[in-house]
Ligand binder design. Structure first.
Ligand SMILES: [Zn+2]
Length: 293
């Protein structure tokens, strides 16, 4: 990694030298693209102003203002293993869906994994960026991609952002053909590679209109019913919320990670469109903290 001094003087000369140097070592190869330009592209797609009030999306750990990008590692969640992988792959940028920093730490001494990740990222010269509810709410974001995977058409937001803005929370759309309930449950399980799908008893038999939301989207159940959806799919619903909807809607809980896994495709598309030569990797670390037996 280049020193601060190198950043300040003759950046292009240094870059050339650094690249040549990198060919004989395993150190990073820097590209012409700045980290801030990649962030700019991500935020053009999913402006931070679209994030929910409680959220903390955006740049979480930064490098010097004008640092060149050496590669991007994509993940849903940042862990110590993910940061180690980024360092190993020569990436000085991690783009995650979930913010690493959500609750403000009062000290950084390595008490928990978040503090250890902060220390490790800074020590390794790795920037960490999160595209969270801004990417959920942006048109073409997390839920849109889920709908695309299920082949839904006429997709539009379940809870529009309002204020003349496109996008919103969750989406609703239509299957190309009416499906039997059992066949649809099997399709969802397969599409999201879910080890288990939890669903309520429902008096309906066929599915045509499908509402869904990546992550913990149970707050949208009333909107899904209001939109005339036969089914509502989300990552987390929780025991108590399964009650009382048997005449209204088929609820399906597929797992938080499973529902958001295709988010990495969106991030990859934005970054490679901005800089086709920048190495971009999906993490190979299994970051789903939940196991199934
Ligand atoms: Zn999530």
């Amino acid at each position: 990694m280049r020193s601060l001094l190198q950043n300040l003087f003759f950046p292009s000369l240094i870059r050339t030298f650094a690249n040549r140097n990198d060919e004989t070592t395993t150190s990073r190869r820097f590209h012409d693209m700045k980290i801030r330009e990649i962030i700019g592209a991500l935020e053009q797609f999913a402006p931070l102003s679209l994030q929910d009030e409680y959220d903390n999306a955006g740049l979480q750990i930064g490098l010097t203002e004008d640092a060149d990008a050496s590669g991007a590692l994509l993940c849903l969640d940042v862990t110590e293993e993910v940061i180690a992988e980024a360092a190993e792959r020569g990436c000085n940028l991690i783009v995650a869906h979930h913010p690493l920093l959500f609750h403000a730490p009062k000290r950084i001494v390595g008490d928990d994994y978040v503090q250890r990740c902060i220390m490790q990222a800074i020590r390794s010269g790795i920037a960490i960026y999160s595209a969270h509810t801004n990417l959920d709410n942006a048109p073409g974001g997390v839920s849109w991609r889920m709908a695309e995977k299920l082949g839904l058409t006429k997709v539009h937001p379940l809870l529009p952002l309002g204020g003349g803005r496109d996008g919103g929370a969750g989406v609703v759309g239509a299957l190309p053909t009416v499906m039997e309930r059992e066949d649809f449950i099997a399709l969802v399980k397969e599409t999201f590679d879910a080890d288990s799908v939890r669903y309520n008893s429902w008096t309906g038999e066929r599915v045509k209109t499908v509402a869904l939301c990546g992550g913990a989207g149970a707050f949208l159940i009333p909107e899904a019913i209001g939109a005339g959806a036969d089914v509502f799919i989300t990552g987390e619903i929780g025991y108590h919320r399964f009650f009382g909807y048997e005449n209204d809607i088929q609820l399906m809980e597929i797992g938080h990670y499973e529902s958001e896994q295709f988010t990495l495709e969106i991030l990859r598309e934005i970054i490679t469109k901005t800089d086709p030569s920048l190495p971009v990797f999906d993490t190979t670390v299994e970051t789903n903290p939940i196991n199934y037996l």
